[in-house]
Design a protein around this ligand. Structure first.
Ligand SMILES: [Zn+2]
Length: 421
């Protein structure tokens, strides 16, 4: 933290180590938000700690969303925009988040890291070249039996540390700061319950990224196609001339997916189509296909391609009927953030002031921020120092957490500086 400031009451590392021990795994296919009761434990704890730190307007919504305010310290009449910071409390349904036992590997000297609870789990230098930049750092891993939950308790700990630092340094000039901790980010349903008007920020940042310095103002534009072929069923013994088997139309269609346009063959800025689940039946064969692209024109082209391939497969199987439904999931937030470049620039400048080398990287996925951005809250994503999300090899480090928290403090100061005296 900057030398001119009182340090936080609790270090960001200690905070992080406390939060990751609390099971907050979310679960798919639940009708409620939060999807799991365990998320309340951390949400309620955070609300209590925010009050203890002296934050105001601390509330927990019926859907397990925590909101709080650090009031402006600017003299009466001086105005700065209200900036928000958002992290999610839940961890991925993919790997167990119960009984997380964080391990701190102090003063890392290089080499592969074998996790003590399951020695088949090894974080290798070959697969994680970022380790070379972490010599001398304290690396935080799991014991190898669970995920770490750095995604996104690193973001939670950094934002809590920001609040801690701001309230312990009342002379630090800043405008109104809003913070929020959300539920069910990992299953994509929580953010619908986020109250944008009540949050009342002019712009915000999700603190949910990875490598130090990495800022994102771009996500996929995403659509979901549901393609269904219909046939005619008949008793197989007397099916001649009657049965129309939709299974073959589906097989033909799937066999013609473009090989160079799949998740397993694309990277960086290349989009993809991804048939990922479906069912087969004589009368009805259905497949769901994810479409992803950074550009709307590219997404449009993928949708047109799928429609054409499906029609052609239908034509090859006389009697088969076809139905295609396309739903929009989310859009590339760059469409909006591109009109407000200063918001992303502030994050990059704050990271630089924290001694990092910031850069922009598009996210091959969606964030809560992409949805919030289109609901009127522009919301780029900031790094957390974490790596290997959703796996037993997930790790972060002391420097990762400290630099993330420090960047947030700089960012808040810079928003006030930019607003002028
Ligand atoms: Zn996350």
């Amino acid at each position: 933290m900057s030398p001119d400031l009182h340090p936080p009451a609790e270090s960001v590392v200690d905070r992080f180590l406390r939060y990751v021990r609390i099971d907050t795994q979310s679960r798919e296919d639940q009708q409620t938000t939060p999807s799991t009761l365990t998320q309340w434990t951390l949400a309620n704890l955070l609300a209590a700690e925010l009050k203890q730190l002296g934050a105001s307007e601390v509330t927990v919504s019926e859907h397990c969303m925590v909101y709080a305010t650090v009031p402006s310290t600017l003299p009466n009449g001086a105005r700065a925009p209200t900036v928000g910071f958002i992290a999610h409390v839940d961890t991925s349904p993919a790997v167990s988040g119960a009984g997380v036992t964080p391990v701190v590997h102090r003063d890392y000297r290089g080499g592969d890291i074998v996790l003590p609870g399951d020695t088949t789990q090894v974080i290798t230098v070959a697969q994680h070249p970022v380790l070379a930049d972490m010599i001398g750092d304290d690396i935080i891993t799991t014991d190898g039996t669970t995920l770490l939950g750095s995604d996104d308790k690193a973001g939670v700990a950094a934002i809590m540390t920001l609040v801690d630092v701001l309230l312990r340094n009342p002379r630090l000039s800043h405008g109104r700061v809003r913070v929020a901790f959300t539920a069910d980010e990992e299953i994509g349903t929580g953010i619908e319950k986020f109250d944008v008007p009540a949050f009342g920020a002019d712009f915000a940042y999700t603190v949910d990224g990875s490598t130090l310095g990495e800022v994102s103002d771009e996500t996929w534009s995403a659509r979901l196609a549901t393609v269904t072929f219909y046939g005619t069923s008949a008793h197989p013994g007397t099916a001649k001339g009657v049965m129309v088997n939709s299974v073959y139309a589906m097989a033909d269609f799937l066999g013609r997916m473009p090989r160079d346009m799949l998740p397993e063959t694309t990277e960086e800025r290349e989009g993809f189509v991804h048939p990922y689940v479906g069912s087969l039946d004589v009368e009805q064969s259905t497949v769901k296909i994810l479409m992803r692209d950074f550009d709307l024109s590219g997404l449009e082209a993928k949708e047109n391609l799928l429609r054409r391939l499906a029609r052609e497969s239908q034509e090859r199987r006389p009697g088969v009927m076809l139905r295609i439904e396309v739903r929009e999931n989310y859009k590339n937030m760059k469409e909006v953030l591109g009109q407000h470049p200063n918001i992303t620039q502030l994050a990059l400048d704050a990271a630089r002031r924290a001694g990092l080398t910031p850069y922009l990287k598009p996210i091959r996925g969606g964030t809560d921020g992409s949805r919030l951005t289109f609901r009127g809250l522009p919301c780029p994503n900031i790094f957390t120092g974490g790596h290997e999300f959703h796996s037993k090899l997930e790790f972060n480090s002391r420097r990762g957490l400290e630099k993330t928290a420090e960047t947030l403090v700089h960012l808040v100061r810079m928003v006030a500086e930019q607003a002028g005296p």
